[in-house]
Design a protein around this ligand. Sequence first.
Ligand code: ZN
Length: 131
Amino acid sequence: MVVLSTGEDAIERLTSFARDRQLHASHFTAIGAFSGAIVGYFDWEKKDYRKIPITEQVEVLSLVGDVTAGDKGPKVHAHVVLGKSDGTACGGHLLSGNVRPTLEIVLTETPAYLRRRFDPESGLALIDPTA
Ligand code: ZN
């Protein structure tokens, strides 16, 4: 269990936690709230993430992700569904999330070793199950 508090960035803290613990293959879920976030939508034509800023207090309704081994250390990949004050939801690939007041993360490490490899078709580093 990793509990983050106000002002911490979810992706930065998860990445530093994964590096400190030398995680190679893990998955996590989390709930809590952000004062703001940046989510990404992968633009297939441009082969890049379109950044979507969320500039209000939102509930983290569901955050799911994994940790894999990368060339520069552990790589955190997370997707999020956020709830706005009017009850509508938005979300995407989580690029940053500014925690306020808490983010409760349950992380499970597995004995597997998962490595990402560059995929030329998408331009992304995808999990290579044969690695
Ligand atoms: Zn993603």
